[in-house]
Ligand binder design. Structure first.
Ligand SMILES: [Zn+2]
Length: 465
């Protein structure tokens, strides 16, 4: 039951012992309900440098990611192109300062800002923003500025000298990109090595959150394939989009997921044979946590004897969101001796879940309120009898404690029969996209995907547990 360190996030100080028995036995301060190690931190690969810092130092000497994002912005602040000027906004720049710097008419600027609806699109400038101006003899003839990912403001001067403004929608292009990778040390590192963002890694963990515990079960050598949407504008990469299809091979077991949009506009992930990946209860109420104490018999460090631990402890930093494991209704919210700040949720079928030692509750949480699965109900803390920050999680059926890790819960509804043909037709190209490109290990992994594409309804495809 008791699990110790995890290889999943080696950036974390794994050297911290999960169970400081010697220290705790000596410290007879209070009877510890649960015992965890302090000092565990969720850490991630370093984020890209913020754009503000980059813009002020220009493109040279900036990290590659940031440089790519700002590739659009010229390395020089001003780039005269005849009467056309491209201005890259500097830190603390204002339009007034820009116009004065370029010896452009500030009366023209006042006239442009006076146009209906223009002011809010013009006045908020961020370092790195690009404004295109054309002028003739110091008088403004046009101004263009992208106001969002999808809209551009254009102002033009007509022959009579009057300005008119228009908002043009930018066409964005959605491309699908296959990504194939192998877990070397951590999920985030593997994605970063492929040039993909942490957001995509988190999305992947979210897709398989009912089947794979990415903090506990990840193995070096696990592989993944993803068909990812990416958003481009003017031929340039803008941002990552949704995961359309994913395969994760964990410890030799392949899990597959396909995104499908239902007629009401919501989307779900299904296995290739149409079963939902969603289940009635989450595998763990806190993401990327470490089980510091499992369910069942364990040594009680204070009482100096064996005792039964009636839940699972998840070590996580203070403030980590705690999510309702399933749909239900709040049956208790308050403080209890031992548990500290505790929330209980009652679910259909006589199931009750309990979340203890919270640092604080989510806002607007009251007894009787309905909560959806995955909804944040509170935050990890160490209130009550806890020796370090963790969530104490219990799962009871008819009042009897059960091991949350052993619960086999029912999956959500499969693909409706009426949509089955449509699902199968959309699944085929996505499954083909999951097949790796020609490489040393291509034949071994391409075969099962091809088989799945040929017989999408094959019931023998055991892709989830
Ligand atoms: Zn506990």
């Amino acid at each position: 039951m008791q699990q110790t360190s995890t290889p999943a996030l080696p950036e974390t100080p794994a050297s911290a012992p999960p169970f400081r028995r010697g220290v705790l036995v000596a410290a007879t301060v209070a009877a510890a309900l649960c015992v965890v190690a302090a000092g565990w931190r969720l850490s991630r690969a370093p984020a890209e440098a913020p754009t503000t810092a980059v813009a002020s130092t220009r493109a040279d000497g900036t990290p590659p990611g940031a440089a790519r994002r700002l590739a659009n912005a010229a390395s020089a602040a001003l780039k005269p192109l005849g009467s056309a000027i491209e201005v890259v906004v500097r830190r603390n720049d204002t339009l007034d300062a820009i116009f004065r710097r370029l010896s452009l008419s500030v009366e023209d600027l006042a006239a442009v800002r006076g146009l209906p609806g223009v002011r809010q699109s013009l006045d908020f400038l961020k370092p790195g923003d690009v404004i295109n101006l054309t002028s003739l003899n110091g008088e403004l003839t046009s101004l263009t500025r992208r106001v969002s990912d999808t809209a551009t403001l254009t102002v033009k001067r007509d022959a009579a000298g009057a300005f008119a403004a228009d908002i043009v929608r930018n066409a964005v292009e959605i491309r699908t990109t296959p990504l194939h990778g192998r877990i070397s040390s951590s999920l985030f590192r593997s994605f970063n090595e492929l040039g993909a963002s942490d957001t995509v890694a988190l999305q992947l963990a979210e897709v398989f959150r009912y089947d794979i515990d990415f903090a506990q079960q990840l193995q070096p050598g696990d592989t993944f394939s993803i068909v990812l949407e990416q958003v481009y504008r003017d031929g340039r990469f803008l941002k990552d989009g949704e995961i359309l299809a994913a395969e994760f091979v964990n410890n030799g077991h392949a899990y597959r997921a396909l995104r499908y949009t239902l007629p009401d506009g919501t989307h779900e992930y299904y296995t290739p044979d149409g079963r939902s990946l969603r289940k009635a209860f989450l595998l763990a109420p806190v993401q990327f946590s470490r089980i510091s104490s499992g369910f069942g018999l364990r040594w009680h460090p204070i009482l100096d004897r064996m005792g039964t631990h009636k839940g699972i402890d998840y070590a996580a930093p203070i403030g980590t969101p705690i999510r309702a494991a399933g749909d239900g209704r709040i049956s208790f919210r308050g403080t209890q001796r031992g548990y500290g700040n505790v929330v209980m949720v009652s679910h259909p079928g006589g199931v009750e879940t309990l979340y203890g030692h919270m640092s604080k509750f989510a806002q607007g949480l009251y007894v009787g309120r309905h909560v959806k699965q995955g909804e944040v109900i509170g935050f990890v803390g160490m209130t009550g009898m806890a020796t370090g920050p963790h969530l104490h999680y219990e799962y009871r059926v008819g009042g009897v404690h059960r091991n949350p890790a052993s619960i086999k819960t029912l999956p959500a509804e499969p693909i409706p029969a009426a949509l089955r043909a449509d699902f199968d037709a959309k699944a085929r190209p996505l499954l083909a996209g999951l097949a790796p490109q020609a490489g040393p290990d291509a034949p071994a992994r391409a075969a099962p995907v091809a088989a799945a594409a040929a017989t999408p309804a094959a019931g023998q495809m055991n892709v989830t547990r």
